[in-house]
Design a protein around this ligand. Structure first.
Ligand code: ADP
Ligand code: CIR
Length: 406
């Protein structure tokens, strides 16, 4: 028998070493989850919380599984997420690292959502379109051939105060949502980006003059009593909203958030809440035309120094698809005790005029003493003037309905 040469030993040793190295890599790759949805969260993002059952039950080593919806879930997410759409989208991620899981998490955690999804950036809209498009069509009555329309001219609005004696309308508020071009939306924005948006927007607001001039108040360091009073008086957004929370919109709270307002609190801007800007005009009573004119003036002024995120088809892009297009919600706080006792008639009138009913402390709150927040429901495919006209026409019909029951 030939003696074993040193070269043979070396050959066997190297072959074994290479084989073991390859096997080790294959095993490691198999162990690593293909794409866990939360892998894509930015450093400052929330991570999966093992305390939360809903997180764990969703996650598998192969992405996440089809969510379990309660039988009474009626959100647009529940209605439009088919198993087929889910399979098509479950591993999709935008260039900003925003995952499909993040897009639908709020509607899974909060099964009483009305919409249930959020966009993390402009790319979310085309990327998640198999789910987002039917939701947008359902919410706004907006078909695949429709496009965003705009009319910011107060002269085209016909909305003379429907309640000059102040019997029914307590106050009028019109707001638009805006986000900064080239930035991710709130659910995917990083702490640094959010803070830089706050600086850019508050600098721009400081340059406003006349009726629009005012002061920016950061939430960070704001006295708690002042903050609570602003919320109670309907000027400031609430903290800790569970819908926004699950969408990642409350990360790093309260840093980067704040409110700007003029002395009379008739012109306000929320910074870095659900959208990066919520531009608001409001006052006591029912002078809808005055509120609209002030808002249009403000929007045009701010646009001179802040470029807004915009899409030709979908209009102004917002984190919730219900706000796309004009991103406008025109509302009155209106006292309707008789109709409150006859909700079927109340709803018949609001449905006929494409109106939404909310409680008086905002979305998901209850009505108090027969006072409701009544606003336009559609915001996309209708102009700003039409949004307000929807609200005005509906309010006129509601006042007539209330008087008939007296
Ligand atoms: P939005 O989506 O328009 O920002 P919310 O439903 O969260 O709205 O409401 C925000 C705040 O604005 C709440 O405090 C709400 O009571 C207040 N608000 C809405 N409409 C009116 C109105 N017509 N008059 C006074 N306050 C209003
Ligand atoms: C929901 O789905 O009920 C919440 N995510 C809120 C939806 C509507 N949001 C809004 O108009 N701001």
């Amino acid at each position: 028998m030939e003696p074993i040469r040193f070269a043979d030993i070396l050959f066997i040793f190297l072959t074994l070493a290479i084989t073991f190295t390859i096997l080790w890599f294959v095993k490691k790759a198999k162990r690593k989850p293909q794409q866990t949805p939360e892998d894509n969260q930015s450093e400052s993002s929330e991570s999966v919380n093992p305390e939360k059952k809903e997180d764990l039950s969703m996650l598998t080593s192969n992405g996440f599984s089809f969510p379990e919806f309660n039988p009474d879930c009626s959100s647009l997410l529940c209605r439009h997420l088919s198993k087929q759409t889910f399979e098509e989208l479950k591993n999709k991620i935008t260039g900003n690292g925003f995952t499909f899981y993040q897009a639908i998490k709020s509607g899974i955690v909060n099964q009483d959502s009305s919409v249930g999804v959020y966009a993390g950036d402009a790319e979310s809209y085309p990327l998640f379109s198999p789910l987002f498009d039917p939701i947008i069509a359902d919410y706004h009555g907006f078909s695949s051939t429709d496009t965003h329309r705009s009319d910011l001219d107060p002269k085209n609005l016909s909305a003379v105060n429907p309640d000059p004696d102040g019997q029914f309308i307590l106050s009028t508020r019109i707001r638009v949502g805006r986000n900064v071009a080239e930035m991710p939306l709130g659910p995917a924005v990083s702490r640094e980006q959010r803070n830089s948006i706050e600086v850019q927007v508050s600098d721009s607001l400081r340059n406003l003059s006349g009726e629009l001039s005012g002061t920016y108040y950061p939430l960070l360091g704001m006295d708690e009593t002042v903050q609570n009073q602003l919320i109670a008086d309907h000027f400031l957004f609430k903290a800790g909203d569970r819908f926004l929370d699950a969408a990642g919109l409350n990360r790093d709270w309260p840093e980067g958030r704040g409110i700007f307002h003029n002395r009379e609190k008739t012109f306000l801007v929320w910074v870095n809440e659900e959208d990066q800007l919520r531009i608001i005009s409001m006052q006591q009573g029912g002078d809808i035309e005055a509120v609209f004119s002030r808002l249009m003036k403000a929007v045009k002024e701010i646009e001179k120094s802040v470029a807004f995120m915009f899409d030709r088809r979908l209009g102004y892009l917002t984190s919730c698809p219900s706000n796309l297009g004009t991103a406008m919600r025109a509302s009155v706080h209106i006292r309707l005790p008789k109709l409150a006792a006859d909700m079927a008639t109340f709803k018949k009138i609001t449905d006929a005029h494409h109106l939404q009913i909310r409680g008086i402390h905002g979305e998901h709150s209850e009505s108090e003493s027969g006072v409701f927040d009544v606003s336009n429901r559609r915001r996309l495919g209708v102009t700003e003037v039409e949004c307000v006209q929807d609200m005005y026409n509906g309010v006129v019909a509601l006042i007539r309905g209330e008087k008939e029951l007296e």
